[in-house]
Design a protein around this ligand. Sequence first.
Ligand SMILES: Nc1ncnc2c1ncn2[C@@H]1O[C@H](COP(=O)(O)OP(=O)(O)OP(=O)(O)O)[C@@H](O)[C@H]1O
Ligand SMILES: [Mg+2]
Length: 245
Amino acid sequence: MGQVIAIVSGKGGTGKTSFTALTGSALSQLGHRTLVLDCDVGLRDLDLALGMTDRALMDFSDVVAGRATLEEAAVQHHRLPNLYLLTAPLTTEAALSMDAMHALLEQVREQFDYCLLDAGAGLGESFRLATANADRIIVVSTTEPSCLRDAQRTVMELHDFPAGRLHLVVNRLRRKLLKSLRANIDDAMDAAGLPLMGVIPEDEDVPSLLGRGMVDGFGYYSLAKRATKNIARRICGEKVPLMKI
Ligand SMILES: Nc1ncnc2c1ncn2[C@@H]1O[C@H](COP(=O)(O)OP(=O)(O)OP(=O)(O)O)[C@@H](O)[C@H]1O
Ligand SMILES: [Mg+2]
């Protein structure tokens, strides 16, 4: 049975979509059949980060309504054969119910090893859709105080979720803050009240490559690529030390 992981944040723009694209591609490159599912109904952009806009013609509402099968609607990445995208509907009218999402994810678990659900910002419908049927949840935050406060608020919202299956990823750590890095991470963990799944440095390749849909264009030395590969290995149960930045 595959594992479904929701990627959420309180504040918008913390890097959920970038994280989903990079970690999804890392999981696929580790040999796992991986689906990235855009839950940001009306504001989808995971297809852009993956360079798959022209190819993702059907969305998850088509599968739920029976207009397409999961095999037909989930599009294989052109250069990463283990990576598939199922995009979100463009209009909110097509949004689906919790029961429909539950049924869809049951199928996904049968067909994929891992599924990452890219939620929209905030604690609204997209957040509920992504978290209601997830096996694990990753909260993505930067170290900004307002972002950490929103992460904490998000964790409070998830009080019914098993604590051991909730994780924090701190994104956009800056090298300039190196001296206070440990304190930064500790503060982030304390503020969010979550165990750390990984840290991702600020990396200018993220906007420049994902902005052009080149998720597979990151070089070996890219910090974000290395960090998300480590996180992918931790998701698979490996013990990987935090990378030195
Ligand atoms: N590690 C990083 N280094 C540099 N820039 C980053 C990093 N992670 C994300 N970004 C940039 O931050 C911006 C927001 O990222 P992204 O769209 O992934 O956030 P999001 O949480 O999905 O936003 P939303 O809440 O609107 O869905 C983008 O311009 C992206 O390129
Ligand atoms: Mg996003």
